[in-house]
Design a protein around this ligand. Structure first.
Ligand code: UDX
Ligand code: ADP
Length: 472
């Protein structure tokens, strides 16, 4: 049996579904792809003539959309029509951590996965290949299979489905490159024909040696583990940053020294504000949840510590800022440079900036926030606090204001905090910025990206994560 794929449907037009399907469309001009989303505004944004209005910012995405949109990729809200025509259906819906009920705070909320599976059961054709792409807890494919079967009451009319796991390893900000040149493509499943159909698609641009096939559970667990291991490296290096600050060791030197050991490797050893993004925390919480579920308390506790250090780092850095500014930041203006969870994305999910800004506002600070890609509305939503367009100094109550550039953010500021490693922050014009700030002015480089010597030359006091305090 060969399963020919001529028509693909992707449920979910978000950070995963959008870029993944766009790259697929580029390499498979003969395949018709419908990307569906229940969020009409999001679909409208994907269809906007003005490509700067695409719902997500990702380097290289605009160009591919320009080439493929309307040719063989279509963004639509037509669920029934798109599912019913598809030979292959990707599920790329969001799976946030459950807020209430069983497993609240740890397990993933699968309600959108379940809704997708029900829609597939209702509308899809026989022998459709269902691909789980969303980040999911282990054994979700089994749940999808159960829903697909249970949704079809009449046994004699039951459609047949093939469910595969094909986890996404793209990192935001580098998604197009990661999709075009993946380290590996992982496909988990038990039907050789369905697996082959997916291999046939990827092998149009990926070296077949890089396509790994496993059973379903290995594929699902590998995704959680890959993210947990990456997150663990960040917590490890952040824990060492605190030791460097006390001992006089230099975090950059330590990272380089350990990273040159080929068994360790040099990537993911940058100390900073801690990890954010939609995956790391959620995946570790899933790992903790299933470990506890299977009675592996020690395993659960081991991974819990990675999250604890991440939270501790953000808290520790906020406290240092307050201490350096004479123990109080009430009524002080602090410029926040960078709000996204990392550079080259407008995504703020789980961004450490949210926790840091909230704690500074709680201490009474007036924040002026600038990020090259995050807009005012998003910040308002994340901080759960309305923007205070006019700072009312001496009110004693903390607040925040949106800034369009570094210069306006730093006007009259007592301190600048670098929270995201945007390239723009590596080349700040300190001669200009220093004249705008209120002395004694500080820069807290919490990502180690600033030209610190130049800032010092202009009389700015500096503090960097993972370095001994230079000003004591
Ligand atoms: C991650 C995985 O990399 C990807 O494979 C998976 O599919 C989804 O989750 P993403 O969350 O987009 O991707 O970004 P990533 O580059 O992994 O960074 C995660 C967080 O770690 C960011 O907040 C980043 O700033 C932080 N980080 C990364 C560090 O603090 N130091 C580092 O050295 C590297
Ligand atoms: P991710 O980072 O995993 O891509 P996003 O939140 O960016 O997560 O995108 C997931 C998208 O899936 C959202 O735009 C959401 O509206 C969409 N979605 C969720 N459930 C459904 C559904 N049942 N049908 C169609 N779209 C859905």
């Amino acid at each position: 049996m060969t399963l020919k794929v001529k028509n693909i449907c992707c449920i979910g037009a978000g950070y995963v579904g959008g870029p993944t399907m766009t790259v697929l469309a580029n390499y498979c001009p003969d395949i018709h792809i419908n990307v569906i989303d229940k969020n009409k505004d999001r679909i409208n944004a994907w269809n906007d003539e003005d490509l700067s209005k695409l719902p997500i910012y990702e380097p290289g995405l605009k160009e591919l959309i320009k080439k493929c949109r309307g040719r063989n990729i279509f963004f639509t809200t037509k669920v029934k029509e798109s599912i019913s025509k598809a030979d292959m259906i990707f599920i790329s819906v969001n799976t946030p951590t459950k807020e209430k009920g069983v497993g609240a705070g740890q397990a993933s909320d699968l309600k959108w996965i379940e809704a997708s599976a029900r829609e597939i059961a209702k509308y899809s054709k026989d022998n459709a290949i269902i691909i789980e792409k969303s980040t999911l807890p282990v054994k979700t494919a089994e749940t999808i299979k159960e829903i697909l079967d249970a949704s079809q009451r009449k046994l004699q009319d039951r459609k047949k489905f093939f469910v595969l796991s094909n986890p996404e390893f793209l990192a935001e900000g580098n998604a197009i490159n990661d999709l075009e040149y993946p380290d590996r493509v992982l496909i988990g499943g038990d039907n050789e024909f369905a697996i082959q159909a997916l291999i046939d698609i990827y092998s149009r641009w990926v070296d077949p040696k890089k396509i790994i096939t496993t059973n379903l559970w290995s594929s699902e667990l590998s995704k959680l583990c890959a993210n947990a291991f990456l997150a663990q490296r960040i917590s490890s290096i952040n824990s060492i940053s605190a030791l460097c600050e006390r001992t006089g060791a230099d975090i950059n030197e330590v990272s380089k020294a350990i990273g040159t050991d080929s068994r360790i490797g040099s990537k993911f050893l940058n100390a900073g504000v801690g990890f954010g993004g939609s995956c790391f925390k959620k995946d570790i919480l899933n790992l903790i949840y299933i470990s506890n579920f299977y009675g592996l308390k020690e395993v659960a506790k081991y991974w819990e510590q990675v999250l604890k250090i991440n939270h501790w780092q953000a808290k520790r850095l906020s406290t240092i800022v307050v201490e350096k500014l004479f123990g109080t930041i009430t009524d002080k203006k602090i410029a926040i440079l960078g709000f996204s969870f990392k550079a080259n994305t407008n995504d703020t999910r789980e961004s450490p900036a949210i926790e840091i800004c909230n704690s500074l506002i709680e201490e009474g600070a007036k924040l002026s926030i600038y990020d090259p890609k995050v807009n005012r509305e998003q910040i308002e939503k994340d901080l759960n606090l309305k923007e205070n367009k006019e700072f009312n100094f001496h009110s004693g109550i903390g607040s925040w204001q949106f800034s369009n550039n570094i210069s306006s953010a730093s006007k009259n500021a007592d301190a600048i905090l670098i929270l995201t490693e945007w390239a723009e922050f590596m080349n700040i014009n300190w001669s200009e910025v220093s004249t705008k700030m209120r002395p004694p002015s500080w820069v807290f480089d919490l990502r180690n990206v600033v030209n610190i010597e130049e800032a010092k030359e202009y009389g700015i006091k500096t503090w960097r994560v993972g370095f001994e305090e230079p000003n004591k």
